[in-house]
Design a protein around this ligand. Sequence first.
Ligand SMILES: *Cc1c(COP(=O)(O)O)cnc(C)c1O
Length: 425
Amino acid sequence: MTAHPATHPALHAADPELAALVDAEEQLQADTLRLIPSENYVSAAVLEATGTVLQNKYSEGYPGRRYYEGQQNIDLVETLAVERAKALFGVEHANVQPYSGSPANLAVYLAFASPGDTVLGMSLPMGGHLTHGWGVSATGTWFNGVQYGVRADTGRIDFDQVRDLALKERPKIIFCGGTAVPRTIDFAAFGAIAREVDAVLVADIAHIAGLVAGGAHPSPVPHADVVATTTHKTLRGPRGAMLMSRATHAKAIDKAVFPGLQGGPHNHTTAAIAVALREASAPSFREYAHAVVANAKALAEALLARGFDLVSGGTDNHLVLIDLTSKEVPGKVAAKALDRAGIVVNYNTVPFDPRKPFDPSGIRIGTPSLTSRGLGTADMPKVAEWIDRGVRAAGSADEEALATIRKEVADLMAAHPAPGLPLGA
Ligand SMILES: *Cc1c(COP(=O)(O)O)cnc(C)c1O
């Protein structure tokens, strides 16, 4: 492993042990084909913003209403992020302070429900998120989480079930959106159901925020009371989150985030969010968002041609969920073998999975990262071929085949430098 002291000179001088780990991670992110759909490569500008002295400042409160002095610059930074979020997503209110997606969602509960109240969300093994009321999450123990899923025949959200559950359980909050949903989310259908039962509709667009911003997925804004999102997935910003809403809910959301749940905002993250939102407003980001979807569709086609079973039969967005049951290789075995081949995925449950969550039947892949490196639809048959060979090698424990793939992957990656990586720059 080469050391790159020029990149982090102070870190190398002060803590060589830690610096070496950062270097190793840079090398890993440069050399591997990263297919985890919730990950990406941020730009050098976003990275720089996260490493600024803004992180030295405490600023509990909101611009113009702080509990600490010395906010001359911080107020402007946060206002910039808020205004850019409002313009990009077309919302009346944006709170950019949530530390990450999970606390953002917890703030929504705090704003609109009380412990013990019923909330309706997509179940985790069907593609939902832990924070949508799943049992092991605080949201499922402090609240009464009722869960919908997908239809067995189509792999798509079962709206009859959503409506039946909503009418029967009368939830305070309905969550839509998820972590393993390969199809367009029908926000209008959720909106109609939420209005019928007088529930607050929360569209959690953590995975697809970049696609929404870039016009490659319909926007939830006309239909949802609250739009929650992380900033670090397809939106290609720092690890953080935002809560957006109509003006009528602004007060409840702001109060819930601070002082309800959090203390001082992470100002360096707020700055990096502002930078990412500016980048996401550029025409090139629209192209990026559409390329992410085109790549995912091309990858899905190529996988289908190789006999892979895909949940819902394909994809409309950035994500493909592969059911490996017919390949007779468990998801975890495949994921670990692909990792050794330089292809980074995660094992994942598939709807109605007969196997256990820690040893499920599927793998989840996506195209945000490879698209950030400039790979296009013409490269997707190659990616599908590597996955096919990798899964076969996993089944036959063929380490040599995995090592061969790893070399081929590294060669292609070397030709496509990743944004933000000193090694690739
Ligand atoms: C990633 C994700 C979250 C949680 O975000 P963290 O930053 O990991 O806490 C919440 N909801 C959805 C739908 C997600 O995909």
